[in-house]
Design a binder for this molecule. Structure first.
Ligand code: PGA
Length: 258
């Protein structure tokens, strides 16, 4: 089993002071530990520099929650991948279901954002996941496959090897209803198979496929123990230092036991 990756998605939460406190608290918890698990904090844009400043001395990296699909120019309100790379941001979530739903993001826009991020050396964390009705109609594999094909299968094998995928069933996000470890494993295995068909076995096994959707300190151990679950994209539970650190500890435990 490869080391896990745990990413905290803070969404649009925390004041500046609260963000600073949370970063400091997480840093204190992680101090002195030699972690094998990769840890990434994705705060709102305004707190990214604060995070990259702390990241330099700590066991975590900074990630953004979105980026522009354009390089630069007259795009009022947008923030480019290049700007983020200049301040030391290493990761960026793209295609989160909230962006698909509230900001009408399409697979094509997500593909453009991925291209921007790769151009400036950031690691895209590309989200996919079905709605509840897709699962009820037994259409979930097809929906996720289409999202993946249309947003990242234009990449070369070399480019593909630098990206992270996050499977987040929409019905599990922020609802407290987690996918069972079996449901997560089944989808992760499916995703790995389609990657294998396109890019080969080695790339498929090296690709990080994270689970997201009400993952917390109670269920992380079981979810991360699944063969094809390489870590988690954590929303609500990443807003409390204790809880987030427990999830990181679960990732470490799974690695030690395997
Ligand atoms: P949640 O969110 O952990 O609060 O369900 C996960 C996400 O949206 O990335």
């Amino acid at each position: 089993m490869k080391p896990k990756l745990v990413i905290g998605n803070w969404k649009m939460n925390k004041s500046f002071e609260e963000a600073d406190d949370l970063i400091i608290e997480i840093s204190e918890h992680l101090e002195g530990l030699t972690l094998q698990t990769g840890v990434v904090l994705c705060p709102p844009f305004l707190y990214l520099e604060l995070t990259t400043d702390h990241a330099e001395e700590n066991e975590f990296s900074a990630g953004a929650q979105n980026c522009s699909e354009y390089s630069n120019g007259a795009y009022t309100g947008e923030i480019s991948a290049e700007m983020m790379s200049e301040i030391g941001v290493e990761f960026c979530i793209v295609g989160h279901s909230e962006r698909r739903k509230y900001f009408a993001e399409t697979n094509q826009m997500i593909a453009n954002k991925v291209d921007q991020l790769l151009k400036y050396g950031l690691i895209p964390v590309v989200c996919c996941g079905e709605q509840l009705e897709d699962r009820q109609k037994m259409n979930h594999f097809q929906v996720v496959e289409t999202q993946i094909k249309e947003s990242i299968f234009h990449l070369t094998k070399e480019q593909f090897e630098t990206i992270v995928i996050a499977y987040e069933p929409v019905w599990a996000i922020g609802t407290g209803e987690t996918a069972t470890p079996q449901q997560a494993e089944e989808m992760h295995q499916y995703i790995r198979q389609i990657i294998e068909k396109k890019y080969g076995t080695e790339t498929a096994y090296a690709t990080y496929i994270l689970y997201g959707g009400s993952c917390n300190a109670q269920n992380a151990l079981e979810l991360f123990s699944q063969q094809n679950v390489d870590g988690g994209l954590i929303g609500g539970a990443s807003l409390k230092a204790n809880e987030f650190v427990s999830i990181i500890e679960a990732a470490e435990t799974v690695l030690k036991d395997n």
